[in-house]
Design a protein around this ligand. Sequence first.
Ligand SMILES: *Cc1c(COP(=O)(O)O)cnc(C)c1O
Length: 301
Amino acid sequence: MDLPVPSLPTPLQEISDSVTREVGVTLYIKQDDLIHPTVSGNKWRKLKYNLLQAKEEGASTILTFGGAFSNHLYATAAAGDYLNFKTIGIVRGDDLGEGKSSTLKFCEERGMMLHFVSREEYKLRNAQDYIAQLRSKLGNPFVIPEGGTSEWALKGVEEMTFEVDRQLNQKPDYYAVAAGTGGTAAGILSSGANVLAFSALKGGGFLEHDILNLAEARMAKNGELTLFTAYHFKGYARHTPELLDFIRWFKEQHAIQLEQVYTGKMLFGLYDLMKNGYFKEGTTIVAVHTGGLQGLLPELK
Ligand SMILES: *Cc1c(COP(=O)(O)O)cnc(C)c1O
């Protein structure tokens, strides 16, 4: 089936600067942000097999869930438009503030039907009977969980690691990845690689259980997971001057743009670990640029 013209494999770029040289770490960035302008990064990896499965089941409509600034809703709306699926977004409605976010405006432009629900109702998003109710009300759509994170997502993420295996001719010692729902971290883990996951949200401790559960459901030979919960910078979608300064520094050094919600926090955390002697000399790390640049703060452009 015609998936939206992704450029694969994405480049694996080696990064060298005063920090990596000082600690003797070999660091690469897997540039999944370059997959596609609107269906970028881990969202494309996670959607691919979900959408193939939807086709297989003969579904004409995709229903999924997200907040007002969800990169997953954005990517689903764009992919649905390319692939002729109707799309429905169930949106947590309480935090809309003044009017619609640019993310939601984009979703509507791409034909997504938005249903706003209360914070309370949104909490039911994974409950079987709630999903059954939504499906019968909305014409039996194929349902993709929040963030795209399902067993199909992991299969798509594993393909990213197969690309890296071929590009490096070996497995890196670790992957570093930002975590929101943990689906991307779980997919890397279920490929057999070791994962350093950096929570983009405050109180991200629950992610450990979620990531391990998702990965175990694939019954693959899993790598080891280490979760870091301290690099949230006041919470999901929040940021501090220190974080923004790091993103600017990284771009100056490497001409790679990070954003402030996920990838900036992950790389800040990774650099902090390097500076604090966390890694042995000779360690090889692949940090995954999971995309999300449509949500970049204008002041970072
Ligand atoms: C959604 C997103 C993540 C989080 O991915 P999960 O699989 O939900 O943990 C990380 N980075 C970017 C840029 C994202 O858009």
